[in-house]
Write a protein of this length. Structure first.
Length: 267
């Protein structure tokens, strides 16, 4: 059979098919698989009605939708998630407070929220505790194990830190008069208290120790291409206003951070 002059050859047709298929796969291929962890730290991440929810969870899910990433988000104790992040590879943990020490250990993408590291006490106690002057730093202060809040309290001079597995246990101890001081992130205090059956009106702030940016953290072995994909997705989320919408839903009294930073350990 004589093929018409304008008809492409079989070889040319197959080559064009291959090119189209390659382009399609390159564009639509899902992002690199990750093990994604978070902790119970409302309203950033927590379980409600047997469903994982929270501001950080919704942000990560929006990024996953953009990236066609279907990796499950697992709720685990903070110490377990943090250890997995450091041991790697291909682990993402949120939300992680930024510090100069952590910048050397992991890749950080964000910020997704800005909190403060603050010290709280039961309502009516702040004046008495502040009257101690430097003696306040000798008082027992509660925090949860492995947290940046415990680290910050130690750096600021608190010498007696009572460590618990979760912020909920720490808050319960404060309300049960086990100690008079509790250090945690300002954006979660009301939600943590609500989880244990108390309200924010039952505590008062004693002092603020530091400002704190919250990030998505990736193990340092994570491929550069994966980090770039998540960075581009976060830039898109903030540019389109979807990030701001989620942030206002959960933290209506806080300003959403609009910049996007990638912090990598030194080579």
């Amino acid at each position: 059979m004589i093929r018409p002059a304008h008809s492409p050859s079989l070889t040319t047709y197959t080559l064009k098919q291959a090119i189209v298929l390659f382009i399609f796969c390159s564009v639509s291929a899902p992002s690199h698989a990750l093990t994604i962890y978070t902790e119970s730290w409302p309203p950033i991440s927590y379980m409600a009605d047997n469903k994982l929810t929270g501001m950080g969870v919704e942000i990560v899910q929006a990024l996953q939708s953009k990236l066609d990433n279907k990796d499950a988000i697992q709720l685990v104790p903070w110490v377990r998630g943090y250890k997995a992040l450091l041991d790697g590879p291909d682990v993402m943990l949120f939300s992680v407070g930024r510090s100069s020490e952590r910048e050397k250990l992991m890749i950080m993408l964000g910020p997704i929220a800005i909190s403060s590291t603050s010290v709280y006490t039961r309502k009516g106690n702040a004046k008495r505790l502040l009257a101690l002057g430097d003696g306040i730093y000798k008082q027992a202060i509660g925090s949860y194990r492995g947290s940046i809040f415990a680290d910050t309290a130690a750096k600021k001079g608190f010498s007696k830190i009572d460590l618990a597995p979760t912020p909920q246990i720490t808050a319960t101890k404060l309300m049960a008069n086990r100690f008079d001081l509790w250090v945690d992130g300002s954006v979660v205090v009301a939600s943590v208290l609500k989880e244990i059956g108390h309200s924010a009106d039952e505590v008062e702030k004693v002092m603020t120790l530091d400002s704190l940016e919250l990030y998505l953290a990736f193990s340092h072995q994570t491929p550069a291409r994966t980090i770039q994909e998540w960075e581009e997705a976060l830039i898109w989320l903030k540019k389109e206003g979807l990030f701001q919408k989620i942030h206002r839903k959960w933290l209506p009294n806080e300003a959403p951070p609009l910049e996007v930073n990638v912090l990598k350990p030194p080579a």
